[in-house]
Design a protein around this ligand. Structure first.
Ligand SMILES: Cc1cc2nc3c(=O)[nH]c(=O)nc-3n(C[C@H](O)[C@H](O)[C@H](O)COP(=O)(O)OP(=O)(O)OC[C@H]3O[C@@H](n4cnc5c(N)ncnc54)[C@H](O)[C@@H]3O)c2cc1C
Length: 377
């Protein structure tokens, strides 16, 4: 019997789904700018939200490589749907899965795996972005739990989420050692959600501020041991960076495919523009960057799957693949000439959506600074 390789199988299944269900609707979905419930329901039916979790705990028994293949393929269709999916599979549910009580898993984690509930991940604050040591949302200990006060911002899925994983400070004097994650269900008194932000790209990915005013939660809602918030975040950072790189690969592929198709069809000075060396150079650069992005990203995911530390590799992959995605989207708009400037063509969406990738998992200035240090500077 010929056994199919799980990576090929997942890629083929996802590619078919993206070609049939996402790409034909991507433009309209993006224009509407609404949370894409129908697409997400279909994605949930395929068991994708549980791809990183074990089968006997409600997941699909996959690994980081499969997770990133899924993210890549979805991003080839529509980055915002891929981003929502990526968030649901990893940051929104990971600490709930690891540290939540059985009841929390029944009420939130398993429904999230079925796409019935959505979560999100709240780190950033108006005065604390790259510098998480400045997080000031306070979780003050009470006899039976914690009292939360503060504000989070730029929360992907914030407006539509049913539950929030929130990074708080329990003791400002301890700085990083006072950071802890907390689970907060949406209906908790004192939690309020702003209206969705009006953003440049990923128009169906809703983002907002979340305010906490005397939000009281029980002890069981602290996710992980006291003072382990930063370590817990670091435990998934390689995966977050690899996933962002995978999203960037999907976007590169979409931009390159459309640029090639257009270049073959568009005639200027009596021949297809694909015959001009300057156009060929752009496409060649896209192809080389794409190949390098894949090698770097899937090297990192294999290391994660084999339990080998890879913060440097994952950071390099995120940095390189995202810069390449921004470049590919830019070149795609140039190859399409005036049509690259039209809202009716895809190039503008790739161009806008590429900016989404720049901040998640660390800005490129932070990544460059870290990489330079890790290689010995
Ligand atoms: C589309 C999108 C989705 C997001 N989703 C989420 C989410 O779901 N949850 C969440 O918590 N946050 C989210 N964020 C926020 C994101 O994590 C932050 O934007 C990011 O951490 C950077 O923080 P900042 O925007 O406050 O920039 P800042 O940290 O204020 O940085 C501003 C500029 O200064 C540079 N800079 C900062 N420090 C240094 C330094 N030491 N050396 C050199 N340059 C430096 C940065 O690279 C950047 O260019 C999202 C943001 C975007 C745009």
């Amino acid at each position: 019997m010929v056994r199919s390789n799980p990576e090929e199988l997942v890629r083929k299944t996802m590619a078919r789904f993206v070609d049939d269900e996402i790409i034909p609707n991507a433009q309209e979905t993006d224009e509407k700018g609404e949370f894409p419930v129908e697409m997400l329901r279909e994605i949930a039916k395929m068991g994708i939200f549980g791809i990183r979790y074990p089968k006997n705990k409600g997941g699909a028994g996959g690994n980081t490589t499969l997770y990133c293949i899924i993210c890549e393929e979805l991003a080839r269709g529509l980055v915002s749907v891929a981003a929502i999916t990526a968030m649901q599979c990893l940051m929104s549910t990971n600490f709930l899965f690891r540290f939540g009580t059985d009841e929390m898993r029944e009420t939130y984690f398993l429904p999230a795996m079925r796409g019935e509930k959505f979560g999100c991940f709240c780190l950033t604050e108006p005065e604390a972005g790259s510098d998480l040591g400045a997080v000031s949302t306070l979780a003050k200990k009470t006899p039976d739990g914690y009292l939360l006060n503060g504000m989070k911002t730029w929360v992907t899925n914030g407006p539509v989420a049913d539950f929030y994983t929130v990074l708080c400070q329990t003791d400002p004097a301890k700085k990083f050692k006072g950071l802890n994650f907390f689970f907060v269900p949406r209906n908790t008194p004192g939690l309020s959600v702003s209206k969705p932000f009006n953003t440049l790209g990923t128009r169906t990915t809703m983002m907002s501020e979340i305010a906490f005013t005397d939000v009281h939660i029980p002890d069981a809602y602290r996710l992980g041991k006291e003072g382990q918030g930063l370590n817990n975040l670091l435990s998934i950072l390689e995966e977050i960076r690899s996933m962002t790189a995978a999203l960037a690969i999907g976007l590169q592929r979409a931009a390159m495919d459309d640029a090639i198709r257009y270049a073959r069809e568009r005639v200027a000075f009596g021949k297809a523009i694909s015959k001009y060396q300057l156009i060929q150079a752009k496409v060649a650069n896209m192809a080389v960057n794409l190949e390098a992005s894949k090698l770097m990203t899937y090297k990192a995911t294999k290391m994660i799957d084999n339990g080998v530390p890879c913060m440097t590799e994952a950071s390099m992959a995120k940095y390189f693949a995202t810069e390449a995605a921004c470049q590919a989207a830019d070149e795609c708009t140039r190859i399409m000439g005036a049509y690259g400037y039209s809202m009716e063509y895809t190039a503008q969406r790739y161009y806008r959506d590429s900016r989404f990738l720049l901040n998640g998992g660390g800005t490129h200035e932070i990544l460059q600074t870290n990489i330079a240090r890790w290689v010995g500077l």
